[in-house]
Design a binder for this molecule. Structure first.
Ligand code: ADP
Ligand code: MG
Length: 231
């Protein structure tokens, strides 16, 4: 479903953030991207729907990710930013969640159906007329996920979905993600989330994937986790 060949990316200031990433992900996998701050997790995720574009090749559902295919790829890959304020910009929850479906040109009725369904999936139906700006961080995170789910993506990419949340907020996010059918790619430091939600883990260090294995096995390897600043 996702195939990445020799992906490299250097920021304009000369900082090399991705250094030769090779990766294949099958439909239905739930993959964690873990590694210390600055390892390149966010930079990598931003490549999956063309927010950033480095050297190398990314193929998603047989489509090469290039300028021409970006709209088609964005319809398949939903990216949820770490900071929900980067995702929510309308004056109401309804408008934020309706933005994608409206942009796609769906009818008013279809848009409303997509919005209701997405809000149901994140347990936020009763917030439809609230102002996103006034919500708690946990609520904003759930609305940010809904803005992407309203587009029915096949692949959901989340950058640190539980960072900065209290225990209940974390449980709610993990619970709602567990109920989704999408292929998941999640950057996180939250080993509890890894254990409950993910099947496969990639450890990323200095822009390279240094470990790729079964989540259960990697979680048991405390030395490995400690070596990468995760324990
Ligand atoms: N806009 C930017 N300009 C220059 N360097 C950046 C920028 N964003 C991130 N970096 C650098 O790229 C590396 C990877 O960052 P990032 O992908 O944010 O890591 P992570 O998400 O794993 O914490 C870090 O060294 C970081 O300082
Ligand atoms: Mg990051």
């Amino acid at each position: 479903m996702i195939e990445i060949q020799n992906l490299n990316f250097t920021y304009p200031d000369g900082r090399k953030a991705l250094d030769g990433i090779h990766l294949r992900i099958q439909a239905g996998e739930r993959v964690g991207l873990i590694g210390p701050n600055g390892a390149g997790k966010s930079t990598f995720l931003y490549h999956l729907n063309g927010v950033l574009s480095g050297e190398g090749e990314i193929i998603i559902n047989n489509l090469v990710l290039d300028k021409r295919n970006i709209p088609a790829i964005r319809a398949m890959v939903g990216l949820v930013f770490q900071n929900p304020d980067d995702q929510l910009f309308s004056s109401s929850v309804y408008e934020d969640v309706a933005y994608g479906p409206l942009y796609k040109g769906l009818s008013k009725n279809e848009v409303n159906e997509h919005v209701s369904h997405a809000l149901e999936l994140v347990g936020m139906s009763e917030y439809i007329h609230r102002n996103s700006y006034h919500l708690s961080v946990g609520e904003k995170k759930r609305i940010a996920i809904a803005t992407v789910l309203s587009m029915n993506p096949e692949i959901l990419v989340l950058d640190e979905p539980t960072a900065g949340l209290d225990p209940r907020g974390r449980r709610e996010i993990i619970g709602l993600l567990l109920n989704l059918p999408q292929t998941l790619i999640v950057a996180t430091h939250d080993l509890d989330l890894v254990e409950k939600l993910l099947n496969r883990v990639l450890i990323i260090s200095s822009g390279q994937i240094v470990v790729d294995g079964e989540a259960k096995t990697i979680l048991k390897n405390k030395d490995l986790l400690e070596k990468h600043g995760l324990f």
